[in-house]
Design a protein around this ligand. Sequence first.
Ligand SMILES: Cc1cc2nc3c(=O)[nH]c(=O)nc-3n(C[C@H](O)[C@H](O)[C@H](O)COP(=O)(O)OP(=O)(O)OC[C@H]3O[C@@H](n4cnc5c(N)ncnc54)[C@H](O)[C@@H]3O)c2cc1C
Length: 376
Amino acid sequence: MVYDVIVVGVGGMGSAALWQLAQRGKRVLGLERFDIPHAMGSSHGVTRIIRLPYHESPAYVPLLRRAYELWRDLEKASRSELLVLTGSLDASRETESPFQGALQSARLHGIEHQILSGREVNVRFPGYRLPADFAALYQPQGGFIASERAIVSHVNAAQERGAEIHAREPVLQWQAKPGGEGVVVTTDHGRYEAASLILASGAWMGELVPVLKNRALPERQVLAWLQPQQPALFAPDRFPVFNIQVDEGRYYGLPVYEVPGFKFGRYHHLGESGPVDSIRREPDSRDETLLRSFAEKYFPLGSGPTMALRSCFFTNTPDEHFIVDFHPEHPQVILASPCSGHGYKFCSVMGEILADLAIDRRTRHDIGFLGLDRLA
Ligand SMILES: Cc1cc2nc3c(=O)[nH]c(=O)nc-3n(C[C@H](O)[C@H](O)[C@H](O)COP(=O)(O)OP(=O)(O)OC[C@H]3O[C@@H](n4cnc5c(N)ncnc54)[C@H](O)[C@@H]3O)c2cc1C
């Protein structure tokens, strides 16, 4: 059988693309090397933050607005809770980001927000203990996505619309047919043909696309869940998700949800990058000590016994913006994924964009700033 589109990687981005393509009546095949879902890539650990006044760049805000709509659509289609609003806090010294970046995005795009001092944050949200002179931007639509459940929801919804999805079937290689028409994909089970190919293989992008090898670098991250001494202060209705820059680095965190423990991590954790299969996975006492010392200082009521530690991959580009583009030599091959540790919230809209590019070779969304050319 010849498919309209083959999607390699059924994680955050790939599962969303499969749903969008299946909804448009396309014959689509998804190929995943592990299980669905699994804990070996970038999307596990129960939840991911979503926030609107985007400090990384205001250019992401229109994509975020559409992402929110599509997450709600998926909730309806799957009849499950996927997007939980808690409010978000972007906090740092007043002249620094994330506060300044979030403020710029909020002003440019007319996003509702409040500016609080660190002292005001600590009074309003008593789980926090920020430095009193910090500046924080509070935005009520911030929150989190139930990320593993969302992958399962995308897969179920895609299958209901006829998508064919194979887990435990790693793609070994792909070839573009000459003239911009068609691809052949080889796995350890067989050989498949399609008109277009979407590569959404996360931390393995460099393995499948040599041109990305030095532009999409996997990096080890570690998440911690600690038991709060006062759990009510760390519940979704009392504890906004956060991005904060402190002397010790940039950290993010989320309320207790479904598994015990207040969850948080440090961007670029210990700076361990390299070929994906060489990166160690098991968390150890060095990871735990680093993360616990942060919680003890800034979230002392949330720094009880360790409940869980888990490692995960960022896939970093040199400027930490995503790559979403056609393959430079093959317009029937679409590259998605290297998301530099902030991509999950966009998976719903990326699914729409990837389906547009695979079918129409263009999209109404402004993704020019995510092109591969900028990294030439
Ligand atoms: C600790 C941590 C915290 C994060 N926090 C946030 C956050 O709060 N908010 C946010 O927006 N983002 C966050 N991110 C980033 C976000 O999770 C990622 O950008 C997103 O999950 C990437 O999705 P993906 O589809 O590219 O990768 P994945 O979901 O990993 O999917 C890639 C898939 O491709 C499969 N694959 C690879 N090679 C092959 C092959 N050869 N054949 C078949 N299948 C293959 C993999 O097995 C995997 O399932 C975080 C990331 C980490 C690691």
